[in-house]
Design a protein. Structure first.
Length: 103
């Protein structure tokens, strides 16, 4: 049930990576953003996301597993989190062609 006007509270993000089995801050396809982490000693994946389509900010909690697909609670937009490939040192930015539809 969704009630308009309710302030959505995002999950509290960990203060350091040492609290986590896994921590990743992502820029996703289509401009979505997500922070993914698994608190130490658990297999619970917490996700804070910003939906590019509708601007909704929300949280998802589920069993840990990547790739992970979920849907924006507000508009139903599909949001995918892919596992990182390899162990890259530092962040390499590849130039990407972005197709953003504005309607
Ligand atoms: Zn949305």
């Amino acid at each position: 049930m969704q009630i308009k006007g309710v302030i959505m509270v995002k999950l509290k993000e960990p203060e350091s990576m040492e609290e986590c089995e896994y921590f990743s801050r992502r820029s996703l396809e289509n401009g979505h953003k997500a922070v993914v982490w698994v608190p130490k000693g658990t297999m619970t994946m917490n996700v804070n996301y910003d939906c590019f389509k509708c601007g909704h900010e929300g949280s998802i909690t589920d069993e840990y597993g990547l790739p992970y697909t979920f849907y924006c609670e507000s508009c139903g937009e599909e949001i995918k989190i892919q596992p990182l490939k390899g162990k890259a040192k530092g962040v390499k930015k590849k130039p990407k062609k972005k197709k953003i539809k504005e309607e």
